[in-house]
Design a protein around this ligand. Structure first.
Ligand SMILES: *[C@@H]1O[C@H](CO)[C@@H](O)[C@H](O)[C@H]1NC(C)=O
Ligand SMILES: *[C@@H]1O[C@H](CO)[C@@H](O)[C@H](O)[C@H]1NC(C)=O
Ligand SMILES: *[C@@H]1O[C@H](CO)[C@@H](O)[C@H](O)[C@H]1NC(C)=O
Length: 491
């Protein structure tokens, strides 16, 4: 794809000025967000488990509107068995209907057991006739997290109807003859055992695509797309877990891959899982604090949401290039707030107490997999015509890149201090965009912890700063052993 973009850019340079930019596509609107001629749909995983504090359907409106405007067709509503689940599902279905969105249930088998086929079928039936229920090929769409071995016939029988069942079964484990499609959750390079790759144990996301497509034999594949993975829960909660997957430029690389792969469905992981740092929805989206505010506070990800918009439009149109779907020129940049060698052991939340490690997911100190992350600033340009991208990370000399038209990525080694960005163009290097990030890179431990989440910024900068609301900050101090300046961006 890069080669195509480059040759397009070069062709543009050789053409007369008036036709140098792809004018034919500028005037056409972005394709409709709810239907596509290709039948391709984009889902986004939404955690109901942290939205128990919502009081009405309208509390879901902002999420529904934002997702729809982005081109997302349906939220996959991840549910467990909490007492508030039905209240929140009803609000979400109602808000989706009001806002022209679709939703479906994604049963989380961390909480459901595979012996509960008829309970699951009954839950599906409860929502099946609501107007916002996603239907594919006329059938109620249902998905899951895990669930290999659940009795699909028991589910369908209790649901009282045929279903479009696309669970997160695993190749070699789940019964793929019983499903209409399947979701691959592994959106990150890994070691084949739910941790970061190690030498000799390196499974790419594309390897996962291949394994699923082989198992599905032409049935619908829900390809995962995620921007990041970092989680850092210590003994302050009962679900202690502390690892990263290499993420770096993953969001850019994965979307580029998806345009080539062109699967039937894509699922963005996730809208609001702050705990694993893969949210693309706002920090301000109403939610409770599962302890993730320690690394989500001051770390907006809205730039990732914006960056995916032209990719989503291209994917749904079956187009291998996002170029003509760029409506506004932008720079999206991201980086971790500290270099990985900074030592936080004396104040970190994972270095004290004796958490239950029956999950095998708990590690002390620097997150497991930390060495697979690069100390770098990642920059993605969304340009209608070629320009220069200028990055100055801390006290290092500015670096300039020739950026072709389209969406392209650049990497600069991390420098301590302020992070400055610009886009210039033309004979006089006229400034198109420029600005300084609200977040500095520091060699100290913010709030005392190892924070391997990413700060995501954009040019133009957003009109207002996205912040966690009080409920989303409620557990900030729990377990902390150092001062924690709060909501500092722009302060
Ligand atoms: C650890 O957690 C597991 C899973 O929740 C539980 O079954 C086990 O009893 C716990 N062990 C201790 C010592 O609390
Ligand atoms: C937790 O379990 C995993 C898997 O067995 C192990 O690799 C890890 O070292 C354990 N964590 C601690 C702190 O012992
Ligand atoms: C514009 O910027 C580029 C990259 O820094 C540089 O190579 C070029 O000489 C500049 N052109 C002018 C006219 O200043």
């Amino acid at each position: 794809m890069l080669r195509n973009l480059l040759s397009f850019a070069l062709a543009g340079l050789l053409m007369p000025r008036a036709t140098a930019v792809p004018t034919a596509t500028h005037s056409s609107p972005t394709p409709s967000v709810t239907t596509s001629a290709t039948g391709k749909l984009v889902f986004c995983h939404f955690m109901i488990g942290i939205t128990s504090n919502r009081n009405s359907a309208s509390d879901y409106d902002d999420d529904m509107k934002r997702a729809k405007a982005l081109g997302i067709d349906a939220f996959a509503l991840n549910i467990g068995v909490d007492p508030y689940t039905d209240t929140q599902l009803n609000y979400a279905y109602q808000s989706a209907a009001t806002n022209g969105m679709k939703v479906f249930i994604s049963f989380d088998f961390n909480w459901y057991s595979t012996s509960q086929g008829s309970t699951i079928g009954a839950k599906i039936k409860q929502y099946a006739n609501m107007p916002a229920q996603l239907k594919v090929d006329g059938k109620v769409f249902v998905s899951s997290f895990a669930g290999d071995g659940v009795d699909v016939n028991a589910i369908k029988s209790a649901a009282g109807q045929d279903l479009y069942f696309a669970p997160n079964f695993h190749p070699g484990t789940g019964d793929f003859s019983a499903v209409q499609g399947a979701l691959n959750w592994m959106a990150w390079p890994n070691n084949g055992d739910n941790k970061a790759p190690t030498p000799g144990h390196d499974v790419s996301v594309a390897d996962g695509d291949q394994a699923y497509m082989n198992a599905l034999q032409g049935k619908s594949y829900i390809a995962p797309a995620s921007a990041w993975f970092s989680t850092h829960f210590g003994s302050e909660v009962s679900y202690s877990k502390n690892w990263v997957f290499p993420s770096d430029l993953l969001w850019y690389q994965r979307w580029s891959q998806i345009l080539t792969l062109s699967p039937r469905f894509v699922e963005i992981i996730t809208w609001n899982d702050y705990g694993e740092s893969h949210y693309i929805g706002p920090l301000s989206s109403p939610h409770t604090d599962d302890g993730s505010s320690k690394w989500a506070m001051d770390m907006p990800h809205d730039g990732w949401l914006q960056m995916s918009k032209p990719f989503i439009a291209a994917y749904k149109a079956g187009d291998s290039s996002p170029l003509k779907y760029i409506t506004d020129e932008q720079l999206v940049y991201w980086y971790r707030p500290t270099p990985k060698n900074v030592n936080c052991d004396s104040t970190d939340t994972t270095t004290e107490g004796n958490p239950n490690n029956s999950s095998g997911n708990f590690f002390r100190g620097r997150p497991n997999g930390a060495s697979t992350m690069a100390d770098a600033v990642f920059v993605v340009s969304l340009l209608k015509s070629p320009a220069n991208v200028v990055v100055q990370s801390g006290n290092q000399a500015p670096r300039t890149f020739a950026a072709p038209a389209g969406i392209n990525a650049f990497t600069v080694p991390m420098g301590l201090g302020q992070q400055k960005f610009a886009v210039t163009r033309g004979d006089n290097n006229q400034t198109v965009l420029s600005g300084t990030s609200l977040k500095e890179i520091v060699d100290s431990c913010i709030c005392g912890i190892y924070n391997f989440n990413a700060y995501v910024g954009t040019l133009p900068a957003p009109a207002s700063i996205d912040r966690l609301q009080p409920a989303g900050l409620a557990s900030l101090s729990v377990g902390l052993r150092a001062p924690c300046p709060t909501n500092t961006l722009g302060a």
